[in-house]
Ligand binder design. Structure first.
Ligand SMILES: [Zn+2]
Length: 387
């Protein structure tokens, strides 16, 4: 089904700097889209992390949270807040805190993984059993499949259809239930490096998220690949007019409370029946992040191909910022695990997308930019690495 794979111009597509440099504090490079570096060679995520630790008055921020929640808390035991939650450590932490610490009545919303893992399903069911109202959005299987395969080839991210749904579905459920607060975990743009315009705001508007999250590809762009509007309906955003009417906003818990993924993990282990992956996750050293979907290794692998930033780099960078590991340890881990091929589900991925290995490689190579990659003795090598 994948024909016509054209070589992409990554520099132009993502507005990337031509010279690769690495942050002097963490291990992130300047190839992460929208990240900025200061004159001392420190990335915006590290700058924000410093700010978060030293400058933010967290007591005041919690008071702001209380004001928001008091305004929306239901008196009749109706659901009063939406928490997008897959059963992973972050969403579960947010939902559990909102319900048991702040007396809210969350409706938790999951957008179905493309191919769920056993451990992901178990974590979600354990989480629901701790006492949550929950709703799962599932698109038509055939459409999910087709979109995933198309997104792999044309956007270089098989996860794109998941991202549409994960973003749009909670908003739709909010509107259906007349709820105007959707509470996300952290603002990734701010925590991990990106557009800092929103660092001092507890919420973002729907349009802003739309811009960053969908690689600038609106959903209807897929109609040209013989997908009909009604096929895409499950993935679609709610109507702008409805969003305005209910004043729906997407808030970030990380604005109000100090965000620390590892602490969320400990919290969920204790409170929501969260289990780690029995094995190390391919491409990184961690066992507890993003383990719901069999295909997410390919999302991270493509990120490595496009930007030279793999899953170990992302994980290690924020663990350095959170002072869990040193930069030296991080460099070691990046060297050891970054860009490791996700072979565990490779055959499944090929089968799911209806492609063969050579078509797969063709797509992968179309996303290699010469400013990141060079070929040496017929093997691809990173032009600049941190090790
Ligand atoms: Zn940094």
């Amino acid at each position: 089904m994948i024909l016509n794979v054209k070589k992409k111009n990554l520099i132009k597509l993502y507005n990337l700097p031509k010279k690769v440099i690495f942050c002097k504090k963490c291990v992130m490079s300047n190839q992460r889209p929208r990240i900025t570096f200061n004159k001392f060679g420190i990335c915006s995520a590290c700058e924000f992390s410093d700010f978060k630790k030293k400058k933010i008055n967290w007591k005041k921020r919690e008071e702001e949270l209380l004001r928001l929640l008091d305004k929306h808390r239901s008196k009749t035991n109706k659901n009063d807040i939406i928490v997008p939650c897959s059963g992973g450590k972050d969403g579960s932490f947010v939902a559990h805190q909102l319900k048991f610490k702040y007396g809210m009545n969350p409706l938790c919303v999951t957008w179905s993984p493309i191919l769920s893992t056993k451990i992901g399903k178990k974590n979600l069911s354990n989480f629901i059993k701790t006492g949550f109202d929950h709703i799962m959005g599932k698109p038509k299987k055939e459409i999910y499949k087709k979109l995933t395969s198309l997104a792999f080839a044309h956007v270089g991210d098989p996860f794109q259809p998941f991202i549409y749904g994960q973003f749009n579905y909670p908003a739709k459920i909010a509107l259906q239930n007349n709820i105007s607060v959707v509470m996300y975990g952290e603002n990734g743009e701010v925590e991990y490096g990106g557009d800092m315009k929103y660092a001092f705001k507890p919420y973002t508007d729907f349009e802003v998220r739309n811009k960053h999250y969908f690689s600038k590809i609106p959903l209807d762009a897929w109609e040209k690949y013989s997908l009909k509007k009604e096929d895409l309906h499950d993935f679609d955003a709610p109507l702008q007019a409805d969003i305005k009417k209910t004043k729906l906003r997407m808030y970030f818990f990380g604005y109000y409370k100090f965000w620390d993924p590892q602490e969320n993990f400990y919290y969920c282990q204790e409170n929501t029946g969260f289990n780690i992956n029995p094995d190390r996750i391919e491409g990184t050293y961690s066992k507890y992040a993003s383990l719901d979907d069999k295909l997410d290794g390919f999302h991270y692998y493509l990120m490595f191909i496009k930007f030279g930033i793999g899953r170990a780099t992302s994980d290690a960078a924020h663990e350095v910022r959170d002072e869990k590991i040193s930069r030296e340890e991080a460099v070691y881990l990046v060297n050891k695990y970054d860009g490791e091929f996700p072979k565990k589900y490779f055959n499944l991925f090929l089968k799911y997308c209806g492609i063969n290995e050579s078509q797969f490689n063709k797509v992968i190579d179309s996303w290699r930019s010469p400013h990141i990659w060079k070929k040496k003795k017929n093997k691809w090598k990173l032009r600049t690495s941190i090790y």
